[in-house]
Design a protein around this ligand. Sequence first.
Ligand SMILES: [Zn+2]
Length: 242
Amino acid sequence: MAMSGLLSRRNLLHAAACGCAAAAAGVGATLAGGSGAFAATYAEKTTLTATQALDRLKAGNAAFVKGGACVPVGGPEAIARLASGQAPFAVVVACSDSRTPPEHLFDARLGELFVIRVAGNTVDDTALGSIEYGVVVLGAPLVLVLGHSECGAVAAAVSMVTEKARFPGSISTMVEPILPAVLRAQGTTGDLVANAVRENVELVLDHVGQASVLISDAVRAGKARLAGGVYDLKTGEVGFLS
Ligand SMILES: [Zn+2]
């Protein structure tokens, strides 16, 4: 692996992780350089199709539910091997809830999932850029937006709508993107929080597909697929939305 490639990769990852303005500018320049620059720097990508990637997630979750999921890191050699690059097979947008780490729920190894987590699994511009990075630069063929039952962020959004609740600091700001899902869920029967969780996943999927030209182009070209799911805290099962 050429050192320049490693450095470039690290700089890009650093920019994606910390939002450093100078490093981010480097990402922008690389993006502006077109797909040719990507191909030169990120030659190693997963060979899985979107359908195969989704099947991997389903199989991993089945193993998790049965209690058989226990993926070892692999020790120093496996860790060092990944230092040369990553080829995740899926981008997962999940809630920050401590009970919903995608790597655990899907029995995934280091380097297999490119994860974006924020309470309520919403997607702002920063998260959208992370998704684009995972798909366009790293070559992940699948984007999964994962909500979960009894989500506190969604419940807070419900209370903002039904009780005009407000929260300190930036918590209300964090919850606000979920409000449209609550408003849509109000027109449905059943548990409002559960329905809002599902609506939120679907609205986030719509947002990703509509707000990102990079993602919509990748989907149109058959290079990426968007999928939704809801994790059940009680059973450990992920219900995939059609
Ligand atoms: Zn949550």
